[in-house]
Design a protein around this ligand. Structure first.
Ligand code: UAG
Ligand code: ATP
Ligand code: API
Ligand code: MG
Length: 484
């Protein structure tokens, strides 16, 4: 494909003709091959513009960069927002792409929703995939990309790869980092979902308004004209504002929840291994036997149903599929039962709100004590740490603070910050020791919740060149602690 044709299709002006072929796109000079278009972006760690000469040396034929950047020896595609311009160009290069694409944003529930949406589509007979924290997942396999929202080149290349394999439906996770860095653009996104907003990532976003604005780009720009916004209606002001954003943009609005207009949750009865949901859809009441516990999983299942309906699935088949959903890896996953008979759950709660939701999900099942083992990641929002401590000590019976990916920080200092909000909590830095102690202590009426790492397979220690990932899997450690 010639650069001129790509630029024309993307609606981007070129300084010269562009009568030469493009062989690929790269945002890292180390990945540039002869004939590539290089995107030079100012990052949080380094300035990509510093790598323009190296990229040209490696064969870049064009560089997308700010007008003030200096480009010698290649076409300078100047744009005040180079990430967006690059994404638009790259999206013209990577074809084909799956026909039906939806995206999910929100603080918690993105991974769960994209995975449940994938499962519903599959049960409706489609070849479907999801892209997010768990990686690129199809019915056959799951391949990690390392980030929730991969970089734009990986993202589009994956989309094309999936389309070539015959995948027609993809649900992807749009993190706030991904949205603000234009890591997922240029596709025809038929529907976008908003799950909720609560404290996270305030190391990256200035404040909650800034964080919300990043998420709202999904509804204001990424979803295609005439598309649908599926909004969880029960998150107060944030839900109201997301709905308003959808209407201002002229999207169809599909709201879900107790306050939902399209799928209304009328009642929820927790059972031993699942729950019965009573819902109303288009004036008809229905009962759904959801084989997953917790209000939060009910919310995610209904948002996912909304996405499937918004993309044309038969509502009856969609609601039927909910009763056959498989658990999402590391989300309230029952990892083991200890010798006394106490179940041990692993969950990915790593925000105050998620801890509250995970504890609330288990509470109806606890006759004795709920023992929670948790920590907070290093080099991430520090302000959430005391809040995580406070919520957990308030809602659990025993709270044990431990390490969760300290990265470049001193783990003792992270624990100290959590403990500032949780003076009554215990402290055991070594995660294996903390899990082992919790599992050993649980009696037959108790439940253990191990929060924060979910599906993760490693403990990240150190930063930059010093960074090491020590193998660690909460589920395996829980099983070992339970003698299984
Ligand atoms: C803060 C953040 O989001 N950083 C991500 C972002 O980096 P950045 O654009 O700021 O890039 P940078 O490292 O400063 O480099 C600037 C530019 O120079 C280029 N470069 C850099 C070095 C070099 O030798 N040559 C070169 O060309 C880089 O490719 C980049 O384009 O873009 C990079 C490429 O896509 C990501 O690898 C990087 O993720 C870092 C490792 C990270 O930890 N990100 C986390 C916080 C993250 O993104 N998390 C979210 C949300 C999680 C969730 O809640 O689910 C996610 O979507 O995963
Ligand atoms: N709808 C929800 N409401 C409140 N809490 C939720 C909800 N969905 C999930 N959670 C909590 O958040 C945790 C993470 O869920 P999930 O992985 O689906 O979210 P995510 O948005 O993808 O997270 P991340 O930002 O880390 O990618 C769950 O283990 C649970 O504790
Ligand atoms: N996507 C999330 C994952 C957090 C998981 C937790 N285990 C941690 O390391 O903080 C983040 O990057 O903030
Ligand atoms: Mg996720």
């Amino acid at each position: 494909m010639k650069l001129g044709a790509i630029a024309q299709a993307a609606g981007i002006a070129l300084p010269s003709g562009g009568e030469f072929p493009v062989t690929g796109f790269a945002i890292d000079n180390r990945k540039v091959a002869q004939g590539c278009v290089f995107g030079a972006f100012q990052g949080t760690a380094v300035n990509g513009e510093d790598f323009i000469p190296a990229a040209v040396q490696a064969g870049a034929v064009a560089v997308v960069a700010r007008p003030e950047a200096r480009v010698d020896g290649a076409v300078h595609i100047a744009d005040a927002n180079p990430r967006r311009a690059f994404a638009r160009l790259a999206a013209r290069f990577f074809t084909p792409v799956p026909e039906t694409v939806v995206a999910v944003t929100g603080t918690n529930g993105k991974t769960s929703c994209v995975e449940m949406t994938r499962q519903i589509w599959r049960m409706c007979g489609h070849r479907a995939a999801s892209i997010g924290t768990l990686g690129v997942t199809t019915s056959d396999e799951s391949v990690s990309t390392g980030l929730t929202t991969p970089d734009i080149v990986t993202f589009l290349a994956n989309m094309t790869g999936l389309a070539r394999e015959g995948v027609t439906h993809v649900a992807y996770e749009a993190s706030s980092h991904g949205l603000s860095q234009f890591r997922n653009e240029g596709l025809r996104v038929k529907a976008g979902a908003f799950t909720n907003l609560s404290r996270d990532h305030l190391d990256y976003h200035k404040d909650m308004e800034d964080y919300f604005a990043a998420k709202m780009r999904l509804l204001s720009e990424v979803v295609e004209d005439g598309g649908t916004a599926v909004v969880w209606a029960d998150d107060g002001e944030w839900s109201a504002r997301a709905s308003e954003q959808a209407l201002v943009r002229g999207l169809s609005l599909f709201t879900v929840g107790e306050k939902g207009d399209q799928i209304r949750l009328l009642a929820r009865q927790p059972g031993q291994l699942g729950q019965v949901l009573e819902i109303e859809f288009e004036g008809t009441a229905r009962k759904i036997n959801l084989p997953l516990i917790g209000a939060y999983q009910a919310a995610n299942a209904l948002v996912s149903a909304g996405l499937a309906i918004a993309t044309g699935e038969e509502p009856v088949r969609v609601f039927d599929a909910l009763s056959r959903l498989q658990p999402v890896r590391g989300r309230l996953e029952r990892a083991a039962i200890n010798r006394a008979g106490a179940p041990v759950y692993v969950d990915y709660a790593h925000t105050p709100d998620a801890l509250e939701a995970a504890i609330a999900a288990l509470r109806p099942h606890v006759a004795g004590r709920l023992i929670v083992v948790f920590g907070a990641g290093g080099d991430r929002d520090a302000g959430k740490r005391p809040e995580m401590g406070r919520v957990t000590t308030e809602q659990a019976d025993i709270a044990i603070v431990t390490d969760d990916n300290p990265r470049g920080e001193d783990p003792a200092e992270i624990r100290r910050q959590i403990l500032a909000g949780a003076p009554s909590a215990r402290e055991t830095g070594d995660r294996r020791a903390a899990i082992t102690a919790a599992v050993a202590e649980a009696g037959k009426d108790d439940i253990v919740l191990i929060a924060g790492k979910g599906h993760e397979q490693g403990q990240i220690i150190g930063r930059g060149a010093e960074c090491r990932v020590l193998p660690f899997d909460d589920v395996t450690v829980a099983r070992e602690a339970a003698g299984q």
